[in-house]
Design a protein around this ligand. Structure first.
Ligand SMILES: Cc1cc2nc3c(=O)[nH]c(=O)nc-3n(C[C@H](O)[C@H](O)[C@H](O)COP(=O)(O)OP(=O)(O)OC[C@H]3O[C@@H](n4cnc5c(N)ncnc54)[C@H](O)[C@@H]3O)c2cc1C
Length: 509
């Protein structure tokens, strides 16, 4: 009999069980070691803005590596926005100066679109927002074009190493080993190790979270086409509605629910469809609400309205300053006060929903869904419990779950390993606890430091982490901390100005 040769350079039981590795242990396992002072894991927008800052601070490409399973920094973001109904020509949520490709935020996206399209209306809108007009926000395509230009300018692809990161472990003597599984056929060994003094994690969302009743229905009936999550491909739903009239149940009250509704309503208008929409809100907002007069938010017809996902002062005002001082339960309480699902109040959406209510094809209700089951005619029956305890049944042809991406951080292998072996702790919201400069608490290793930014760190001293601007604020804190540790030079006003000119003229850093 012919047995296949043992896989070379793999993790051994000894390595798996040891929280801190020596160089000898890794070499003895046959895992090749690459020495790179700084690695960032993820390769999405969070990794991109971090290496962008560091390149502009003066770090050469050969001192940094981006370890990622995607080819371009915007790939995952573009996938998630596209499936949740924001294709390139549509507008995203964040504002004109939240530019992940430009750390100065100037010129803003509005100026850029006005210049490129030779249209002053963009400038008029931004000058009159949000009173006379909705907030101006950039097209998704504008964001991707800018990221591509900046990625080329900083030689992003010279730093990219493709593969799946399996874990980050502390190294005896300081620093870390980051273990990467390269794509099949690209390496002679099953794993490679990056030995570095600094590691940054920006792994995005740990995973999709399905509502339990929907997950249950999908698994029991093996039906993944009629009950869908807005963050998965579900174009077939819109296509099916073009071939015959149907009822769609939408669940959730955030911006993704708004976008999905807009798509259903746009298609209704454009193709003369008869789609009926049943919208279930777990929390049905009927008017202005909030913990006190200073923190009120508008609302109505089920929705809580807010321009951006948090009040603007979390990025640079009084809420940022307040949160920075809070610990434990106090921090959690403030998160509860300022958080909650909300969506921007855009005029077009308001008009479309008002029309739907008038013409009796858009119906919104409060309720918690107890279970979903197939009816006698094969359609979907949702048993919805309202706040007074009454159960109502709603029949639909499709259910689109727009409730979230918020899986537990322990569902991500690298983060779970970090909690188990790396000394990381959870913050008051259950995510990774980071310092004010985004170092993960408990993970220091000799003179090495491990940082994290993005959704995995929500609940820390800075609330806006999972946004472009938040990722940039984190990147700046990290770059400043690295400058203090001597990894790069500090950035003063003169170098910043000269770097801005390089950005403006698209000259390499
Ligand atoms: C639909 C949607 C719309 C949004 N709109 C806005 C907006 O308008 N404005 C705004 O400011 N923010 C917005 N956000 C929030 C946020 O800015 C983006 O999600 C942003 O992409 C987050 O960047 P990130 O680097 O944390 O995650 P991502 O961009 O998702 O990148 C993380 C990457 O890490 C990779 N990865 C994970 N684990 C591993 C591993 N073990 N090995 C290798 N690679 C790994 C993943 O594949 C992923 O590609 C939006 C989010 C969503 C979901």
């Amino acid at each position: 009999m012919h047995s296949s040769p043992p896989i070379r350079g793999d993790l051994t039981p000894e390595l798996l069980q040891t929280s801190q590795w020596t160089d000898e242990q890794v070499s003895a396992a046959g895992i090749p070691i690459h020495d790179i002072p700084f690695v960032t894991v993820g390769g999405g927008i969070g990794s991109f803005v971090t290496v962008d800052y560091l390149r502009i601070y003066g770090v050469p490409t050969d001192r940094m590596r981006v370890l990622s399973n995607i080819d371009t920094p915007w790939e995952t973001y573009e996938y998630l926005t596209r499936v949740s109904q924001i294709p390139r020509p549509e507008r995203i949520r964040s504002d004109s100066s939240s530019r992940p490709d430009n750390l100065w935020g100037f010129p803003s996206y509005a100026l850029e679109e006005a210049w490129r399209e030779k249209r002053l209306s963009h400038l008029w809108q931004i000058a009159t927002e949000p009173i006379l007009n909705d907030y101006w926000t950039p097209r998704a395509g504008t964001v991707f074009r800018g990221l591509e230009r900046e990625a080329k300018r900083i030689s992003y692809w010279d730093m990219l190493v493709k593969g799946q990161v399996r874990m980050v472990r502390k190294r005896v003597g300081g620093g870390y080993f980051t273990i990467l599984t390269p794509p099949d056929g690209l390496s002679e060994t099953r794993r490679v190790a990056f030995r570095s003094q600094y590691v940054h994690l920006a792994v995005g969302y740990p995973g999709l979270k399905f509502l339990p009743d929907l997950q249950d229905f999908r698994e029991r009936h093996r039906d993944y086409t009629r009950v869908v999550n807005a963050y998965e491909r579900h174009e077939h739903v819109y296509e099916a509605l073009k071939t015959r009239p149907g009822v769609v149940m939408v669940r959730g009250g955030g911006i993704v629910a708004s976008r999905v509704l807009q798509r259903l309503m746009d298609d209704r208008e454009e193709f003369g469809l008869q789609t009926q929409i049943v919208h279930i809100f777990r929390t049905f907002v009927t008017g202005s609400h909030g913990p006190n007069v200073f923190m009120r938010r508008k609302g109505g017809h089920g929705w809580a309205y807010q321009g951006f996902n948090y009040p603007k002062s979390v990025w640079g005002g009084q809420l940022k300053a307040r949160m920075r001082k809070l610990e434990g339960e106090d921090r959690k309480k403030l998160y509860q006060d300022i958080g909650g699902t909300n969506t921007p109040k855009r005029r077009r959406w308001q008009q479309q929903m008002a029309k739907g209510r008038r013409e009796n094809w858009y119906h919104a209700f409060q309720g918690m869904v107890d279970k979903v089951e197939p009816g006698p005619d094969g359609r979907l029956i949702s048993h919805v419990r309202s706040s007074n305890g009454r159960i109502q049944q709603y029949v639909s042809d499709f259910i689109i779950d727009c409730t979230g991406l918020e899986a537990d951080i322990a569902e991500h292998r690298v983060l779970a390993d970090l909690l188990q072996h790396g000394g990381a702790e959870r913050n008051p919201l259950g995510r990774l606890e980071v310092e004010r400069h985004f170092e993960v608490k408990g993970t220091a290793s000799g003179d090495g430091a491990l940082y994290a930014s993005g959704a995995a760190t929500l609940g820390g001293y800075f609330p806006g982490v999972d946004t472009f601007l938040g990722l940039q604020i984190a990147a700046q804190e990290i770059a400043d901390d690295l400058a203090r540790r001597g990894f790069c030079k500090k950035m003063g006003p003169f170098r910043s100005t000269s770097q801005w000119f390089k950005w403006a003229f698209n000259k390499a850093v």
